[in-house]
Design a protein around this ligand. Sequence first.
Ligand SMILES: Nc1ncnc2c1ncn2[C@@H]1O[C@H](COP(=O)(O)OP(=O)(O)O)[C@@H](O)[C@H]1O
Ligand SMILES: [Mg+2]
Length: 261
Amino acid sequence: MAVDPASAASLTRDTEVIAEFVDVHRHYRMGDNIVRALNGVSMQVRRGDYLAIMGRSGSGKSTMLNLLGCLDRPTSGEYRVGGRDISRLDDDALSDVRGREIGFIFQSFNLIPQLTVLENLEVPLFYQGGVGPESRKKAEYLADRVGLGQRLEHKPLELSGGQQQRVAIARALMNDPLFLLADEATGNLDSNTEQEILALFDDLQKDGVTIVIVTHNPAVALRAERTLWLKDGQVERLDDNRSEAGRAAAEAAARSHGGAQ
Ligand SMILES: Nc1ncnc2c1ncn2[C@@H]1O[C@H](COP(=O)(O)OP(=O)(O)O)[C@@H](O)[C@H]1O
Ligand SMILES: [Mg+2]
């Protein structure tokens, strides 16, 4: 039987690994002791994934976020971004990968208060020398995409928290990153606004955006497709939140872990 080229292509795209940990360790020396913040983590993020990283306080979430975001390097093991091992790059090369490939979303939005929505969106391109009519068009498109088409000339403090986070999400998309990396993205928002932002993540994922969120909130993690649970610097389990069995397991795990940060 002939293989339909369209479905073969989509199969390749669906399974393309864009970020990968291969036996990653991150150890800190504390006097005579070694703290194994990550202790042999292997995982993959595929194009189009929506992955949540969960775990109790001290399990290694922040360490993993810093590594995923190219803010830090493994002590040993490989971190592959877009197929390339970046674990031995120097600081400049690493920050280049960070700027081009990763779209950060922070709990505290991190917008520049003096700049308008449009100007905030252009900031990532400004550092790469790419501001001009093209970037302005793209900023307008993305502002519209996140529902802020009528707020282009507003400054952050003239916007609600949810609107500010939308600006941050649009900003994170300006460089067409390989994936979005969100650190407790809804941690500063009330529950209605949290739901709006999670609905926006759902929409973006449908458009093909790859999302990795680090959270201690089980309800937020359950919105992702998969949840990776860290415990003592290792992967404790990987739940498929879209299958019924996976969802039940994830809910039970969320209950037993509580919301403890
Ligand atoms: N800079 C550091 N120096 C020493 N130990 C650290 C450092 N950062 C994190 N750790 C330790 O590594 C472990 C994992 O920490 P972290 O990644 O912050 O976990 P989480 O974000 O899940 O709370 C903890 O035991 C923590 O104390
Ligand atoms: Mg942390």
